[in-house]
Design a protein around this ligand. Structure first.
Ligand SMILES: Cc1cc2nc3c(=O)[nH]c(=O)nc-3n(C[C@H](O)[C@H](O)[C@H](O)COP(=O)(O)OP(=O)(O)OC[C@H]3O[C@@H](n4cnc5c(N)ncnc54)[C@H](O)[C@@H]3O)c2cc1C
Length: 512
């Protein structure tokens, strides 16, 4: 190995977790940190705007990896495009900006699985540490952190009707805080990661821009990390390609892989860490047989239940203005398994759209039982991974979405919607029996872009990292991003991933 430079820490991937970790590690001026990102700087102006058109223009653009699943057996063999950011800020630079931390039970169950230090009480301080909440400090919110979080302002009348409808059905509501003492059973408006002057607050904006002047911190863009450099079961550095040249850099202390749920397992496997049979089949020398790498893929799935609206509505500032977390009733335990997005948009397949105003309920499966995989297509670091999500493989999952359609219809038929409710656009009022609803779900359900779990934390045979996020069986290497979640959080995954970054940095600093 011919190292060109040496750093104490090398962080691979400048996404939600990577930017957070690089910021916290480089707070100590005596420690040098290199952050490597394959994407470019976040100079595209659409990243920083918050209107829906600018945001959706980023999906499928060159700032998106362009991932798509293989043909999904339980979704009528459709291939589902799953956007992932390839730019400073990673997916936080093109996500929908909704700020939802998940349910306290998510973290308590991680802890019960043997991941000490990850209970809700133990992770709450890290959520608060990141946050600069415009609503002020409280037991559940922080102020003065790098990440600006704001409340939803001026919801459309029909979104207020959604909240009122939920109250009519017996839920709590109005100023409901999904990130407060109780997430479920109340309807409210979503908080978002935007600045007070209405710009996107990605992790590049929050955690990276303020530290670019630090002399102990280096960030390289357009730098594809092609493999980890390993000597005698110890990761000693990384190799990356930039402008057609290969570079090797040394990490004195550790390498932290934060490439997201598709590319963290991909980089481990390209480096010889993964299922030995899979690696051998691609002529990759096996460094460590770790069969769980790339398993346990989980994602949230949503679909639209759409209506014509009797009144024009103002354009929303978020993909979903209002929401609700509840139980489908199919669950054995008491945890919510159904989330709603709601807004004055037609979030529907093209064949269901109409020219006039509309609104959409989007029920979301938030505790899926089905599990997918990420594997390598080849041993070429330029090739995208193969993704099988197995969405809806388990019957329990489709049952939750059936209940989601039924509950949407209950909500729309409350008095609260009397001034708004028009004809049902999708699935269509004539589709009422369970088999028709299942058919609609398999035809239209799609991702909420929340892949997690492919380098899961734990202690069982398929665990990839331990509760300190150290990769089992090899020294000098941690994975810290959405891929370490043992089970997916009930809610949008950005806040949880930033929390993982905060906690990872704290654990690394504590272990010095
Ligand atoms: C379209 C979309 C909408 C979403 N909406 C929301 C939302 O509203 N609210 C919410 O909470 N969550 C949302 N999410 C999910 C959330 O943004 C992600 O869960 C979170 O950003 C994941 O963070 P991460 O650090 O795991 O990965 P990422 O943020 O994706 O970061 C990984 C980074 O690593 C880089 N990388 C990968 N491989 C390499 C390599 N070999 N060498 C160098 N660099 C590499 C990538 O380019 C990327 O920048 C959305 C996601 C998407 C894509």
């Amino acid at each position: 190995m011919k190292f060109e430079q040496t750093f104490d820490y090398i962080v691979v991937g400048a996404g939600s977790a990577g930017c957070t970790i690089a910021n916290r590690l480089s707070e100590d001026p005596n420690v040098s940190v290199l952050l490597l990102e394959v994407g470019a700087a976040d100079t595209n102006s659409a990243i920083h705007k918050t209107d829906i058109q600018s945001m959706t223009s980023l999906w499928g653009s060159k700032l998106d990896w362009g991932y798509s699943t293989e043909q999904e057996q339980y979704l009528n063999k459709r291939q589902i495009a799953i956007a992932q950011g390839k730019v400073l800020g990673g997916s936080s630079s093109l996500n929908a900006m909704m700020y939802v931390r998940g349910n306290r039970r998510d973290y308590d169950s991680w802890s019960r699985l043997g991941n000490e230090g990850w209970s809700y009480e133990e992770v709450l301080p890290y959520f608060k540490k990141s946050e600069d909440y415009e609503g002020g400090a409280s037991e559940f919110h922080g102020v003065g952190g790098p990440l600006s979080v704001i409340d939803y302002r001026n919801p459309a009348p029909v979104s207020q009707a959604f909240v009122n409808a939920a109250i009519e059905l017996g839920y709590k509501g109005n100023n409901w805080d999904f990130n407060g003492s109780q997430q479920e059973d109340g309807a409210g408006f979503y908080q978002s990661t935007r600045t007070s002057n209405n710009q996107r607050c990605s992790t590049a904006v929050a955690f990276l821009n303020p530290i670019l002047e630090r002399s102990n911190f280096t960030v390289q863009t357009k730098a594809l990390v092609t493999r980890l450099l390993i000597s005698k079961n110890q990761v000693v550095g990384v190799e990356y390609s930039q402008d057609g040249t290969l570079h090797q850099v040394k990490a004195e202390s550790e390498v932290i892989v934060s490439c997201g749920s598709f590319d963290s397992p991909r980089l481990l496997m390209l480096s010889g860490i993964g299922d030995a049979n899979h690696l051998k089949s691609l002529n990759i020398p096996v460094v460590l047989d770790l069969p769980g790498v790339g398993l346990n893929l989980q994602d949230h799935l949503l679909l639209g239940v759409g209506y014509k609206c009797k009144q024009e509505q103002p354009s929303p500032n978020l993909l979903a203005e209002a929401g609700l977390f509840t139980r489908s009733g199919n669950n054995l335990d008491d945890s919510p398994d159904l989330q709603f997005f709601f807004g004055p948009v037609q979030f529907l397949e093209p064949e269901y759209l109409w020219d006039g105003p509309g609104f959409t309920f989007a029920p979301i499966l938030i505790a899926p039982q089905s599990r997918g995989t990420v594997t390598l297509r080849s041993n070429n670091p330029e090739d995208l991974a193969i993704i099988h999500t197995n969405y809806l493989e388990k019957d329990a999952d489709i049952k939750v979405l059936v209940k989601g359609i039924q509950l949407s219809r209950e909500l729309v038929h409350t008095h609260a919607f009397d001034d708004f409710r028009g004809e049902e656009l999708a699935p269509g009022a004539d589709i009422t029996n369970e088999s028709g609803l299942r058919e609609y779900i398999r035809k239209v359900a799609s991702t909420v872009w929340h892949p997690v779990g492919t380098c899961k934390m734990g202690r069982d045979r398929n665990a990839v990292v331990d509760p300190q996020l150290k990769v089992h069986g090899i020294a000098g290497l941690r994975v810290a991003d959405a891929s370490i979640m043992p089970t997916i959080t009930r809610g949008n995954t950005n806040a949880a991933t930033i929390m993982i970054g905060e906690k990872a940095a704290d654990m690394i600093i504590a272990s010095r």
